[in-house]
Design a protein around this ligand. Structure first.
Ligand SMILES: [Zn+2]
Length: 88
């Protein structure tokens, strides 16, 4: 589980985003889209964030998809063994 996502789950104001994690990138872009800044700045910041994450090998389409969601993007929690859904 990504530590940044975990911290953001506990406190959504947590402002660190791990470029190795797709959900962190989506979360950063999600936040930028909600900043009260001029539209041009938003586009520029989103583009820069997008480049960092796509340079890490993440899919731009996936990042955009997650950033469009209503909810704050977070890495899904690992299903606990007690749920019994996971076969190892
Ligand atoms: Zn993460």
């Amino acid at each position: 589980m990504c530590e940044c996502c975990q911290n953001a789950r506990i406190g959504p104001a947590y402002a660190t985003h791990d470029p190795a994690c797709l959900h962190c990138g989506a979360r950063l872009i999600w936040r930028i889209q909600r900043f009260q800044i001029p539209r041009q700045d938003k586009i520029e910041r989103c583009r820069r964030a997008m480049k960092v994450w796509t340079d890490y090998g993440h899919s731009e389409a996936e990042l955009r998809k997650l950033a469009k969601l209503e909810a704050l993007p977070l890495e899904p929690e690992q299903p606990s063994p007690s749920h019994g859904r996971r076969k190892t």
